[in-house]
Design a protein around this ligand. Structure first.
Ligand SMILES: CC(C)(COP(=O)(O)OP(=O)(O)OC[C@H]1O[C@@H](n2cnc3c(N)ncnc32)[C@H](O)[C@@H]1OP(=O)(O)O)[C@@H](O)C(=O)NCCC(=O)NCCS
Length: 193
């Protein structure tokens, strides 16, 4: 199991108990939760972290804690999730991201997400990774767009009404796959029933 990745500026690593306070601060920030169902209080944030750790044990991959290499400061998370809910596009593996607002707009989410995509296709050998958000979340949609590159192609790009309900009742989502010549599917991800 690969539990850490490095990029030029980021260390994507496994979780530590000392992350609980900064994760709670991140999850309580209304800027960060603007397009998410609700900010999380400390108790809900701890439960969220417990689910992340459980997901790693069950699937062998998950959301990485993201740290800035130069200052060794916790910034948030980026990684892969098997969604627990049922939707037209599940079962699937989602790539997701959430970073501290103080570090937005520096290309960090895209940099970390590119490393996770490479990990998903080259190491985990997934055939497809999805990402979605509400249409109003322009920053997240822009990160999705920037992940398309010579080795990663979009396979679906849809805006549609879907459940679970989102603040505006719609979701944009994009699915990615490795281009021909890239590593092919070697095993299917394990999904919870
Ligand atoms: C989404 C998120 C991870 C992006 O992080 P980030 O490090 O700022 O992302 P990047 O810097 O890599 O890319 C952001 C892009 O959005 C663009 N952007 C920023 N504000 C924007 C706006 N209001 N409208 C359109 N584009 C915008 C930036 O210019 C940049 O694109 P560019 O590189 O072409 O200039 C961060 O905003 C976040 O944590 N948001 C809260 C949690 C969240 O919504 N997560 C996604 C849930 S689906």
């Amino acid at each position: 199991m690969i539990s850490e990745l490095f990029t030029a500026r980021l260390h994507l690593r496994s979780w530590r108990d000392s992350d609980r306070a900064p994760v709670a601060a991140l999850n309580a920030d209304p800027r960060v939760s603007e397009f998410l169902p609700t900010p999380l209080d400390a108790q809900a944030s701890d439960a969220f972290l417990d689910r992340i750790e459980c997901h790693w044990r069950e699937n062998g991959f998950g959301l990485f804690a993201v740290e800035a290499l130069d200052i060794a400061q916790f910034l948030g998370y980026i990684g892969l999730v098997v969604p627990a809910f049922v939707a037209p596009f599940t079962p699937c593996v989602e790539i997701g991201w959430r970073l501290a607002a103080s570090h937005w707009g520096m290309g960090l989410a895209t940099e970390g997400a590119r490393a996770v995509m490479h990990h998903a296709f080259a190491a985990l050998r997934l055939s497809e990774v999805l990402s979605w958000t509400v249409p109003a979340n322009a920053r997240s949609r822009r990160v999705m767009e920037k992940l398309v590159c010579p080795t990663i192609r979009p396979t679906i790009l849809i805006t549609q009404r879907c459940r679970p309900a989102t603040p505006c009742g719609r979701m944009s989502y994009i699915a990615y796959a490795p281009r021909a010549g890239e590593p092919r599917l070697a095993r299917r991800p394990q999904f919870r029933s």
